[in-house]
Ligand binder design. Structure first.
Ligand code: ADP
Length: 508
């Protein structure tokens, strides 16, 4: 029986009838992705399918009868690889390999090869069946992947077997951890952990979590070969085979010590800052308490000065010369002014201390109440567009703020003008803005911010009397209620001061 007529290797005992051999031949002829061919006992090609023609480039006519060693690169031929493969197949029944092979046009392809021994009924070797597959694309992809992983130096990328022993090691791993691959391959990965973490069973926990949940991610201190520590960011992923059985883990580690140091520094700064803020708050609170009690205590002697001056004038005024009475009235005026100052300071200081009970309020009612508190000039104040608007506020504080703004609007007007003040309100986004517009002297833009500070005044007492605390009270009160203050003004063209507070729901 010639080799070409021999049976294709099949399982023993079964002798296919002629009919099924024909079917089998048709099958082999139809295969295009595999080169399937037969060799005689010395390796000469005895049959050739279209797949073989497609992959290797030879027609059946060209190749049958020539030796299969032509498919091997010269180095392999020189090394006796083709003969060796046949020898192994003859002795063991089978030889499997992956390697470079040569096409007719001289180009290479990466082949996956299975050579199977073919014997006759008496067990005599009559040739070999050979199946070759072109895996060049897969090989290129694998190599590209390997090059990629090996070339990465910012990340340690390595793999572990199921027990946690290192099975692959890239350049990044070497750079970050300091071990060469020959030093670490086969060793357990727990040597990367700090003694404390290793003793606490961290390595096993990490692998367990990755195996159970499909992923482990974490940060922590790790050890380099030289014993130094680095802060690492780690991702561990389990590797499973096609049957889903765990066969190892891949591990990506990054040295993020610099980031950690930076974060630690920021954290430290934040803590220091918080400490300083707390200290400052404490100092502020003490100062507030101090100024409150001083202001409070000042009122009693002031009342005494006013009271006794008054009593003196009543009892002895007739014996005092005109000039003396004038002096006394200066004393009374000065103590009255000081009383107002103390009163304003107390109000200002109280705003920093009290707890605000916020509630929905009708803006119209607040404005009316503020105007009612004015000692004079009410007839010059007009109210517009306040209906239906509601804000969330602490009523007394809002009334005081509007009242301060309206009294300023009446006060800072040149003497030859009749004051004209309009209080209005509008909805801006989710807030209600209450505006107080006047026809007064106006304020230059460079002063517009500082006038909200305590004791900041732009005029002398003779021109426009005041304590310089009114706007500071407005600002502190509104801000403590979660609102904002502001103004638009030009010298000589009047001013519009405004306060904004959150709008309250409709059903107030
Ligand atoms: P006071 O009114 O007691 O002086 P304020 O804190 O209320 O203190 O105001 C600070 C300063 O801001 C005033 O002295 C004045 O110079 C300026 N100012 C406030 N309101 C107006 C206004 N409506 N028009 C012009 N200037 C104003």
């Amino acid at each position: 029986m010639s080799v070409t007529e021999s049976r294709i290797p099949t399982t023993a005992k079964y002798t296919p009838p002629l009919q099924s051999e024909r079917v089998f031949r048709i099958l082999v002829e139809g295969v295009r992705d595999y080169a399937i061919f037969l060799l005689d006992p010395v390796g000469n090609v005895a049959s050739w399918n279209p797949g073989a023609e497609r992959i290797k480039g030879y027609t059946a006519q060209e190749i049958i009868g020539t030796n299969f060693s032509n498919f091997y690169p010269q180095v392999d031929r020189d090394a006796g690889k083709p003969e060796y493969e046949l020898k192994v197949a003859a002795e063991t029944g089978r030889f499997e390999d992956e390697g470079w092979r040569i096409r007719k046009d001289g180009s290479r392809f990466w082949a996956s090869v299975v050579i199977t021994r073919v014997c006759d009924e008496n067990g005599k070797l009559i040739g070999y069946g050979k199946i070759t597959r072109d895996l060049t694309e897969r090989r290129i992809a694998e190599q590209r992947y390997r090059l990629l992983v090996e070339g990465v130096s910012d990340y340690a990328i390595y793999s572990l077997d199921v027990n946690g022993n290192v099975t692959s090691w890239n350049a990044g791993a070497q750079r970050i951890k300091g071990y060469n691959d020959f030093e670490i391959l086969g060793k357990h990965f727990s040597s990367f952990y700090t003694p404390e973490d290793a003793a606490a069973g961290m390595p096993a926990k990490v692998l367990q979590t990755a195996a159970d949940t499909g992923h482990f991610e974490g940060e922590g201190w790790r050890m380099r070969k030289d014993g130094t520590r680095f802060w690492s960011s780690v991702v561990v992923t389990p590797i499973r085979n096609d049957e889903g059985i765990l066969i190892g883990f891949s591990k990506i580690t990054r040295d993020v010590t610099d980031r950690k140091k930076l974060l630690d520094q920021i954290q430290k700064h934040a803590e220091e800052l918080e400490l300083r803020i707390a200290e400052r708050e404490q100092t502020n609170a003490e100062l507030e308490a101090f100024s409150y009690s001083v202001s409070h205590d000042l009122r009693a002697p002031l009342r005494a000065i006013e009271g006794f001056t008054q009593a003196f004038i009543e009892d002895y005024g007739k014996d005092v010369p005109e000039q003396g009475l004038e002096y006394l009235s200066e004393v009374t005026a000065a103590s009255k002014r000081m009383n107002r100052l103390v009163q304003d300071l107390l109000n200002f200081s109280r705003l920093g201390r009290i707890h605000f009970e916020m509630q929905p309020v009708r803006v119209a009612e607040m404005a009316q109440e503020a105007i009612k508190q004015l000692s004079e000039g009410r007839e010059f104040v007009h109210v517009r567009d306040l209906d239906h608007l509601r804000a969330v506020a602490h009523p007394q504080t809002l009334v005081q703020a509007v009242s301060n703004l309206v009294s300023n609007a009446l006060k800072f007007v040149s003497p030859e003008k009749t004051p004209e003040v309009v209080v209005s309100a509008e909805r801006i986004g989710e807030c209600v803005r209450i505006s107080v517009k006047d026809n007064g002297i106006g304020i230059a833009s460079e002063h517009q911010e500082k006038i909200f500070q305590v004791f900041e005044r732009l005029h002398g007492q003779e021109q426009f009397p005041g304590t310089g605390i009114g706007l500071a009270i407005v600002k502190r009160g509104i801000q403590r209620m979660g609102g904002r203050v502001g103004l638009q003004s030009k010298p000589g063209e009047g001013s519009t001061f405004w306060v904004e507070l959150p709008e309250a729901a409709e059903n107030v």
